[in-house]
Each structure stands twice: as structure tokens, then as C-alpha cells.
Design a protein around this ligand. Structure first.
Ligand code: ATP
Length: 190
């Protein structure tokens, strides 16, 4: 199968992420999309980053029973910090039956040239880029491995959601109901 890999901290997952994932799974030639939860980067401040398994659990709740989407914890077992080039190599070896494609926002494409071994990524993998309002794609948009898509934009961020939860404000409708209920009932981000 042709699988799109959508990497993120998903702290927490929200409808912006899920709209992109579902769009890519249904309106491109991808068969499935995996939401790859990136682990806590030991070099980054942990203060507002929920534990790996909480974020994974929320992604699972958010996906619900959609058979086209899957939450992946593959990076939890790889050495940290996780570099996309290494995760791609690992997955390719582990799943020779699949073809992997990288999904990223236009904001990320513009800084892709700063990633570890980005040329190796481009040599081996297609990149499906979704345009985001107010972000330029940069020169790599012309690269033969890059395809650009325009899903409907939804301007919400996990940062905003964490701030709401912290302030005791409702995040209902910004995240799937099951994620909202989990956030309401627990102590995450408070
Ligand atoms: P934070 O606010 O904590 O930085 P985030 O909402 O941007 O988080 P990430 O988990 O870092 O979430 O996002 C994973 C990927 O999804 C990133 O490449 C990011 O650019 C993209 N993304 C996040 N929010 C949206 C959105 N509303 N629409 C489209 N893409 C998004």
C-alpha cells in the first residue's frame, strides 16, 4: 500500500491535523495515512509536552474508527532525538510491502533544507505538501519529488488548545468529542 506519514507532536491532536490526514487519505493516491507521534525530544523543554503515551492515546481517540488512518508509535522505540530520515529508513526496512510518502505543511517545506540529510529524504521519498495560508512554500516546491495540495484550511493550533485547557476554557468542537471529554476529565495541560 501507499502510506502517507504525517509526523507531529500532536500535543494534543486537533481537527486541523485530522482534516489534513483525512484529506490526504481520501483525495490523493494514498491508501492510508499514519499519524506518527513524535516522542519527547530530550533537547526540548518538556513543560507543556504531555507524555508520549497520553498523546498517542489522544490520537487514537481522535481517529476513532476511521480505517484509513492509524496512530503510529514507531518513533518511541527509535533513538532520540528522532530524525525523519532515520524513521523513514526504519519503516522502509520493516515494511517492504509498503511505499512511504512524507506529508508536511508548506511551513515545513520552506525549512526542509535545514533537516538532517534532507537530500537523502528527497532522493528516496515523495513529499506531499499541503498549502497553509500565510506560508510560502519556498524553492523546494519545484522539486520533482514534491506534490502540492490545497486542503481546506483550519487555523487552530495545539498551542491554542493547551492555553484554553490551562485557563479552564472549553475546547469543545476544536478537537474530536472523545478528545474533548478526555481533556475535560483529566489533568492534562492544567
Ligand atoms: P503546536 O501549536 O504545539 O506547535 P501544532 O498544532 O502546530 O502544535 P504539531 O503536532 O506540531 O501541532 O503539528 C504537526 C504538523 O501539523 C505540523 O507540521 C504542523 O505544521 C501541522 N499543523 C498543525 N496545525 C495545523 C492546522 N491547523 N492546519 C494544518 N496543519 C497543521
Amino acid at each position: 500500500m501507499k502510506i502517507g506519514l504525517f509526523f507531529g507532536s500532536f500535543n494534543p491532536v486537533h481537527h486541523g491535523h485530522l482534516i489534513i490526514a483525512n484529506y490526504m487519505a481520501t483525495q490523493t493516491d494514498l491508501d492510508r495515512v499514519w499519524l506518527v507521534v513524535s516522542p519527547q525530544n530530550p533537547l526540548k523543554p518538556k513543560k507543556t509536552l504531555a507524555r508520549d503515551h497520553d498523546r498517542l492515546h489522544l490520537v487514537r481517540l481522535g481517529i476513532d474508527d476511521n480505517p484509513l488512518l492509524k496512530a503510529s508509535d514507531v518513533e518511541f522505540q527509535l533513538s532520540k532525538p528522532s530524525y525523519t530520515v532515520d524513521t523513514l529508513a526504519f519503516l522502509t526496512e520493516k515494511h517492504p510491502e509498503h511505499q512511504f510518502v512524507l506529508i508536511m505543511g508548506g511551513d515545513n517545506l520552506a525549512s526542509l533544507h535545514l533537516w538532517k540529510n534532507y537530500e537523502q529524504i528527497l532522493a528516496g521519498f515523495d513529499i506531499y505538501v499541503y498549502k497553509r495560508p500565510n506560508y510560502e512554500l519556498g524553492e523546494l516546491a519545484q522539486h520533482p519529488r514534491v506534490r502540492v495540495f490545497e486542503p481546506p484550511p483550519l487555523d487552530i493550533s495545539a498551542t491554542y488548545i493547551r492555553e484554553c485547557v490551562q485557563a479552564g476554557k472549553s475546547v469543545r468542537y476544536l478537537v474530536p468529542d472523545a478528545v474533548w471529554e478526555y481533556l475535560e476529565s483529566g489533568s492534562l495541560y492544567r
